[in-house]
Write a protein that binds this ligand. Sequence first.
Ligand SMILES: O=C(O)c1ccccc1NCC(=O)[C@H](O)[C@H](O)COP(=O)(O)O
Length: 218
Amino acid sequence: MTYQPSNQVIRIKFCGLTNSADVLAAADSGADAVGFVFVSQSRRYLTTEQAVELVNLAKKHDLLTVALFANQSAEEVCEVVARIEPEVLQFHGDESVIFCEQFDRPYWKAIPMLSTNDWLAYAKQYASADAWLLDSFGGSQIGGSGTKFVWFEIPSIYRNKVILAGGIDASNVCQAIAETGVTFIDTSSGIESSPGVKSKEKMQAMVTQIRSVSREPE
Ligand SMILES: O=C(O)c1ccccc1NCC(=O)[C@H](O)[C@H](O)COP(=O)(O)O
């Protein structure tokens, strides 16, 4: 199936990077942002020590750096912020608005699409978020599950605030953009060769697909 090109620039975040080769491959592919997971239950978990070098490398290559948490304590978040200075914090748990706002950084709030009936009501509680990340989590796996939810058209007034995640890969990303109208895509499992290890080819394929339906970034 071919999809109509939109005149939008579509941005892409590759999430759950765990090594420097993957950071370099993300930069080479043309990604805009990379995510690092500080959730100890995750197969993509990084200690702050491990993350320092990767975040510096990402910044050197002009990638926006995002640190992911799910119900960590404020002390743990503060430690990551102080040591690696991520540009954005992404919260995947039950963190309150007040909790998310306390770190003096832009934050993105993940919205659990498989466990909420009213994503917009959930999202609107986080009006101070820079973005709402619609993700398919809802069971024991908090994020990075590789499963998609049922896509729908995002009302145009919210599109610049929404990031689409959950089971997106090169084979379905154009459909995801066409069905939702989003301009920011987040993926993790869909660019992996094995759990926690990214594939250069899959990253490249994802960006090629996105460019085929979007305007070139300036
Ligand atoms: O990636 C993880 O293991 C993870 C663990 C705990 C909280 C969030 C996590 N990842 C969130 C992400 O940003 C993923 O990119 C997003 O859930 C999409 O994942 P996928 O369905 O694998 O593309």
